[in-house]
Design a protein around this ligand. Structure first.
Ligand code: AMP
Ligand code: MG
Length: 496
């Protein structure tokens, strides 16, 4: 059963919540109203004070026990009306009707600067969309999402954020018995490609049309145009998702489960289940234990983004044209822009990583040859790019082979041709090539200590390092080392 009773409500004037619930004004089929399951013994594990203050929340003087009650859902803020959202999705290529099976959106907080943030509890109990699941989440995966999403934010990659993790005091039964926990997630919205697929699946043209207008109003109102709204939205989403995947490629991020229900309309990274950062450069890298076919491997992410956008366009067809053949032609024409937009954004991203200003017909080849060299030599993606930022050719190690030397000479020649100084070029590179990423073994060490011993020392050290990923610091050197040689194959799990 899921909880539908009325909760204690607090105005929490100290926190400064200002809730609206615009999504709940959509047709009722898009959500179910319900309350978070009560938690026996909430305990605050971590709270993101800097994010809170960015959002205009004033949490500094609130005792931890009160924050725990609030961020476990035992006390609801004034104006919150929790809902589980309905959606569908293509999971590993197959269409399924889904919905928030273990999450509730409390509503939208309007920050003092006018920005609107969805506030979501993840792990808050069963919902009408839970299917066979228990609606719960365990502490490890929730802290993992906290670490990686905050790292992504600091890296400058669009992402949902993590505001708090609270343990519930109740066990969660997986392979082992684990501590239950709730993550408070903050997002520009939780509209997904799958939300539109759900509306199309219901054959509710009015609902679909309302949803399109809602999404444009919320995310693409700057595109003030007379064009067909569905096409306007398709264009906007295509741009934002291409921008996102190019950022993933820049920092070596592998999402791991790019199902259409996990792809936001806003272009924020969402659902940090089996994701991980690549160490050795290999486009075939996939860490997820369930991704047997490497569908969501590092180098496949652009193709999958496009595939997902085709599913998005299919959902919008009835609004594109009443004649289905015409609608398909128009949609295909729009989607065909993907390759050029992607290529141009990817090239510009690589130019920045390599310290190039302006355009040069050689740039793509220089970038691709560097990647090939890394792949052949099993070089670390992050460290090898960062090595170039040192400003002088490497004198030792794997980088002194002749293929590298030849490539280095081409790269230098290209940089000497441009009118900007070498210092300017290095500056550009240092802003686009992180020195620190949340390395898999560091993340696991931090999570093991936190979930098994309740000791957050490693977790806070890691958060501290990744909060400023572009500035090298001697005392953080151990965070640049790839995993130890005997580490074995790294595998990730969906965290349900
Ligand atoms: P995800 O892989 O996290 O995107 O989840 C896919 C679907 O499964 C979503 O609809 C989730 O809400 C649902 N789900 C995941 N874990 C659970 C759980 N423990 N209980 C109920 N539903 C879940
Ligand atoms: Mg999901």
């Amino acid at each position: 059963m899921y909880a539908i009773a009325n909760k204690n409500v607090t105005s929490m004037p100290e926190l400064n919540w200002k809730f609206d619930n615009s999504y709940a004004r959509l047709p009722e089929a898009f959500f179910s109203r319900l309350e978070p399951a009560p938690a026996k013994e909430p305990n605050l594990v971590i709270f993101n004070h800097s994010l809170a203050s960015e959002m205009g929340l004033d949490a500094e003087n609130i005792p931890e026990s009160k924050l725990a009650e609030l961020f476990v859902g035992n006390t609801l803020p004034k104006g919150a009306t929790p809902i589980a959202q309905a959606y569908a999705g293509h999971q590993f290529g197959h269409f399924t009707v889904l919905g928030d099976g273990r999450a509730l959106v409390l509503g939208e907080h309007i920050a003092p600067d006018g920005l609107r943030y969805d506030i979501q509890f993840k792990g808050s109990g069963r919902t009408p969309y839970s299917r066979g699941g228990d609606g719960r989440a365990a502490i490890g995966p929730m802290l993992r999402e906290y670490i990686i999403s905050e790292a992504m934010a600091a890296l400058g990659v669009p992402t949902t954020r993590s505001l708090a993790v609270v343990t519930t005091g109740e066990p969660v039964y997986r392979e082992n018995i684990l501590q239950g926990a709730i993550l408070t997630r903050v997002a520009k919205s939780h509209l997904r490609v799958g939300t539109f697929e759900y509306a199309a699946y219901r054959r509710d043209l009015q609902g679909l049309s309302n949803l399109v207008d809602y999404a444009i109003d919320r995310h693409f109102s700057r595109f003030n145009s007379k064009e067909n709204s569905a096409l306007l939205l398709l264009k906007g989403v295509m741009e934002s998702q291409i921008g996102l995947v190019v950022n993933w490629l820049r920092v070596g991020f592998i999402h791991g489960v790019m199902n259409t229900d996990n792809m936001t309309i806003s272009g924020e990274t969402i659902d940090y289940g089996p994701c991980a950062f690549m160490d050795v450069y290999d486009p075939q890298t996939a860490f997820s234990s369930v991704d047997h076919g490497r569908r969501y491997a590092f180098g496949n992410q652009p193709i999958i983004t496009r595939w997902n956008l085709v599913r998005f366009a299919e959902a919008l067809l009835p609004l594109i044209h009443s004649d289905v053949d015409k609608a398909v032609n128009i949609a295909e024409e729009h989607i065909s822009a993907f390759d050029n937009i992607f290529k141009s954004q990817w090239t510009s991203m690589m130019q920045k990583k390599l310290g190039f200003f302006g355009e040069n017909p050689e740039d793509v080849a220089i970038a691709e040859d560097f990647l090939s060299w890394m792949q052949t030599n099993k070089a670390d993606y992050t460290n090898t790019f960062r090595l170039l930022c040192a400003g002088s050719p490497p004198m030792e190690g794997e980088h002194i082979d002749s293929a590298f030397a030849d490539w280095y000479a081409r790269w230098e020649a290209r940089r000497i041709q441009q009118s900007e100084t070498i210092d300017e070029s290095l500056k550009l590179m240092r802003k686009n090539n992180p020195a620190y990423i949340p390395r898999n073994h560091k993340v696991e060490d931090a999570l093991n200590l936190a979930s098994e011993k309740g000791d957050l020392t490693l977790l806070h050290s890691l958060l501290n390092v990744i909060a400023d990923p572009y500035i090298e610091r001697n005392e953080h050197e151990s965070y640049t080392a790839p995993h130890p040689p005997d580490y074995g194959r790294y595998q990730t799990f969906c965290g349900t």
